[in-house]
Design a protein around this ligand. Sequence first.
Ligand SMILES: NC(=O)c1ccc[n+]([C@@H]2O[C@H](COP(=O)([O-])OP(=O)(O)OC[C@H]3O[C@@H](n4cnc5c(N)ncnc54)[C@H](O)[C@@H]3O)[C@@H](O)[C@H]2O)c1
Ligand SMILES: O=C(O)C[C@H](O)C(=O)O
Length: 308
Amino acid sequence: MKVTVVGAGAVGASCAEYIAIKNFASEVVLLDIKEGFAEGKAMDLMQTASLNGFDTKITGITNDYSATAGSDVAVITSGIPRKPGMTREELIGINAGIVKTVATSLIKHSPNVILIVVSNPMDTMTYLVHKTTGLAKNKIIGMGGALDSARFKYRLAEALEAPISDVDGMVIGGHSDTGMVPLTGHATRNSIKVSEFLSEERLSQVAEDTKVGGATLTKLLGTSAWYAPGAAVSSMVQAIACDQKKMFPCSTYLEGEYDLNDICIGVPVILGKDGIEKIVNIPLSAADKAKMQESAEGVKKTNNLLEF
Ligand SMILES: NC(=O)c1ccc[n+]([C@@H]2O[C@H](COP(=O)([O-])OP(=O)(O)OC[C@H]3O[C@@H](n4cnc5c(N)ncnc54)[C@H](O)[C@@H]3O)[C@@H](O)[C@H]2O)c1
Ligand SMILES: O=C(O)C[C@H](O)C(=O)O
């Protein structure tokens, strides 16, 4: 299994590190436009191999896509992150051009690649890749929901004063400060609905804290987060590499599912060797359905800013 990660910055390097530590890929190629940067990150990471006990070979390359040829999976993290006070949507002007060029170059050298889009605004960048590359829709996957769900579980565990391993929950919808739909009504502690343990008010606080999870970290860090994003991507790559048929909420192109059309937005999917192998339809409450529609309107507004 050969994996390419484009963008050797905070998220790209974290993603490469987690993939290596999980030890399921034979090769990870890190590519960046900044001269020598990916080479440096790859060398530094390789010098952790004997310490962290992995055999994955990580190589770095400056903007030469021939080194990515034959990749099974490629992750796009190239582009700028937001600064405190910004929304993800404000990144579209710079990141759209980068994501389009990078996706085209990756596919040219690896026509069978499965692409995972991370750069923000992620749902719109995933839609851009869908509209401009001709790659099959099961091979274009946006990462947002896996991260947002991890943050939801963190907040649920905090509210429940429970270990995170006791908690399950999922966030669907757009990967934005206002568009996420944490499914509080489906969340459980050891298969018991969390509403049995938490007041409605506490549960809506959990949902609000989850939605602004990225903004909260951006304010603290001065740039956006990387550990949990890298871990989320690595879990998705592993599900594909190991054909795990695992369910993640991912941004995918919808054609009628959830009553939505011509949009990439987060819904539960099954990830396996073919990428998105199935879009899972789950029953939503009337309130969650309405939130999903509102979220989609927000994503479409950003999509309308794209110039193809
Ligand atoms: N979807 C998510 O859940 C999620 C999570 C975290 C970050 N992000 C997004 O991921 C992106 C990267 O974040 P980061 O913190 O790693 O930023 P970063 O600045 O640390 O790294 C970005 C890297 O991309 C490189 N780059 C820029 N243009 C390039 C090009 N044309 N080709 C190759 N490399 C190029 C830069 O040189 C830089 O090293 C941002 O857009 C951020 O908003 C998304
Ligand atoms: O918050 C951001 O801008 C980065 C990312 O989308 C995140 O959720 O951490």
